[in-house]
Design a protein around this ligand. Structure first.
Ligand code: ADP
Ligand code: ASP
Ligand code: MG
Length: 406
């Protein structure tokens, strides 16, 4: 007998028929003699629908209220699955984040899990219930509802698996594993049998939304065996594992893209010590994450500073920078939402040179202009015009020999 955590994403619980399919899978795992804890997302499209309604009322809705609003999506699916399982003759109990004692900090809309007590989950399991927990949500020290950022149900699942010391955490989704690129835009993408935690961390942070980055951090830190697999087939999925010597042989494991960032440029900024801090500190104080930053020097002791922020924070960041530009005497603030970031990722890069030049020449051969570049030990990212995203992903997939099975 094992303790198994199963997470089902939005498409997998998109309607009653699909919830019935999920119930069938969960019941089978239970019938095999296992304890089962299920984590669910909201029905696909529901979180967006709720956010859209709030944004119709006002441009910057209060984040505490947003969390109260969007957490309702998961409340619907957990109760419907519980009712379905009960109608099939199983004992089932649904729980919201606060009932499962998922304690987070108070950063509404992007809270981090601090602790999970899970005593009630354990109690329900001891009574032989199938336990169904609402993903994406928690509660802060004051008792306010929080949510964990888009895609946060993955993190709920892995964190609960860690806290229960589960034997397995299966992430069921609408693709049958982790691929060398998003299979929905690159038809030649191949399914990986295994991927290292570090590669998956980079891929998740660079836009491969198949797993939320925090879920991979939890999995690595607490040694949770995570498998990504399909809700709709019996195919074996992809295991996320520790790196081994064989992985070093593959220079690039995958190509990712991210269309969710925008860039902001402050031009003709007086070039003096402390200026970058003056420009970027208020952005951090507003809880907005800055990803890439570049600074170009101009003649006449002037500089241009460009950085990227999530598209969802673009308007707020522009408002902040317009005020700063006035204060520090910058000539203008220009924003551009039509950008995308394409990246190549692989632990093998540590021991291979020439990856960057291969990437740049592949993009150049397709006449794709590079707007910004950043690198780490195991990845290279380029910001390009958004309209070239799909072409760039396919071009890099071919250039790094990912089209052919290894
Ligand atoms: P869920 O609702 O189940 O959480 P998501 O939409 O969040 O599902 O994540 C699954 C999606 O991730 C896939 O449909 C696919 O388009 C996308 N994706 C991006 N990169 C990859 C990748 N490298 N491998 C597999 N899927 C990927
Ligand atoms: N429902 C949330 C979202 O759409 C959380 C999740 O699906 O993981 O982002
Ligand atoms: Mg997801």
């Amino acid at each position: 007998m094992a303790l198994i955590v199963q997470k089902f994403g939005g498409t997998s619980v998109g309607d009653l028929e699909r919830i019935r399919n999920v119930a069938g899978r969960v019941a089978r795992t239970f019938d095999e003699g296992n304890d089962v804890v299920v984590i669910l997302s909201a029905m696909s499209g529901e979180t967006d629908r709720l956010l859209c309604m709030a944004e119709k009322i006002t441009e910057f809705p209060d984040k505490r209220e947003i969390d109260v609003l969007v957490s309702t999506g998961e409340q619907v699916t957990v109760s419907l699955l519980s009712i379905t399982l009960q109608s099939m003759g199983y004992k089932a109990r649904s729980m919201l984040g606060f009932q499962a004692e998922i304690l987070t900090d108070s950063k509404f809309t992007k809270a981090r899990i601090l602790d999970i007590k899970a005593s009630r989950i354990k109690g329900f399991l001891a009574e032989k219930n199938i336990v169904i927990v609402a993903g994406f949500q928690g509660i802060d020290a004051k008792g306010d509802i929080t949510t964990l950022g888009r895609g946060g149900s993955d993190t709920s699942a892995v964190a609960i698996a860690a806290s229960l010391r589960a034997d397995r955490c299966d992430i069921f989704t609408d693709v049958d594993g982790i691929y060398t690129a998003d299979p929905n835009i690159c038809s030649k993408a191949r399914k990986l049998k295994r991927i290292s935690y570090d590669e998956m961390l980079e891929m998740a942070s660079l836009g491969a939304k198949v797993l939320q980055i925090r879920s991979v951090e939890f999995a690595k830190k607490y040694d949770v065996p995570v498998q990504v697999r399909s809700s709709f087939s019996e195919e074996e999925g992809t295991m996320v594992v520790y790196e081994d010597a064989n992985m070093e042989k593959v220079v690039v494991a995958g190509v990712t893209h991210n269309k969710n960032e925008a860039r902001i440029t402050l031009s003709k900024v007086p070039d003096r010590p402390g200026i970058a801090m003056q420009i970027l500190e208020p952005i951090a104080e507003a809880g907005i994450g800055v990803d890439m930053i570049i600074q170009n020097t101009r003649a006449g002791n002037m500089t241009d500073l460009t950085f990227t922020v999530p598209k969802s924070d673009f308007e707020a960041a522009m408002a902040i920078e317009r005020k700063i530009a006035e204060k520090i005497g910058a000539a203008e603030v220009v924003g551009d939402k039509n950008i995308a970031k394409v990246s190549v990722v692989g632990v093998g890069m540590r021991s291979h040179s020439g990856v960057a030049s291969k990437m740049f020449s592949a993009l150049a051969a397709e006449n794709i202009n590079i707007l910004m570049i950043s690198t780490s030990e195991i990845r290279i990212s380029c910001v390009i015009e958004e309209k070239y995203t799909e072409l760039a992903v396919r071009t890099l997939h071919t250039a790094f020999n990912l089209d052919e099975p290894v």
